[in-house]
Design a protein around this ligand. Sequence first.
Ligand code: DC
Length: 233
Amino acid sequence: MSTDRKKIIIAVDGFSSCGKSTFAKAIAARLGYIFIDTGAMYRAVTLYALENGAIRSGMIDEDAVVRLLPDISIAFRFNPERGASDIYVNGDRVEGKIRTIEVSNCVSGVSAIAAVRQKLVALQQEMGRRKGVVMDGRDIGTTVFPEAEIKLYMTADAKVRAQRRYDELTAKGDRVTFDEILENVISRDHADMNRAVSPLRQAEDAIVLDNSHLTVEEQMSWFMELYHRVTNA
Ligand code: DC
């Protein structure tokens, strides 16, 4: 389907755990586009900082994180078993390690460091240079690709989002409580919206999608209409 239309950039921004990745992944599969989860990139840097002593007992040593940056090389590789791309740091697949509560608790702090954002934004811009990408994050429509042809701003009720993440983690066997997850969701919303560099905010030309009570199929048919309009069916 994508071959007979011009390729575009689709930016999917919004709050944590509101189904951005699931939806962005579904759009990419439908259009034959590349899906890029930029949150995974901030998580990968956070994991590397945890494993290399730049975060101790939840305290982030910002200078130490910045010193580690030149040593971090991030790449995505398609995993046919999952039907999705896995993230690699310096050649190691870290997909399974970046979604723990420990990483979640530190990632907002790491993603607020200007040098971290500078490095990852440049990498994201390079990944989207040839278009045909669906990129999900917090600042894609505002900072990474302000010229993106479609910008979605996704949101959902905090409790609905916490329940989704709780179900995801407990299904994997993680021992977490719902309250702990809800607290993490609320505190990350606050940190993401209030950081000095590239805070989460709705781009002026973004379209809001509140998916608290929508299935992925319902969101998809809404999106396809929009896509056909924008690409001038
Ligand atoms: O989408 P996620 O919950 O996996 O993202 C993890 C964290 O990374 C989130 O708390 C905010 C940060 N992030 C960001 O600052 N900018 C992005 N483009 C994507 C994520």
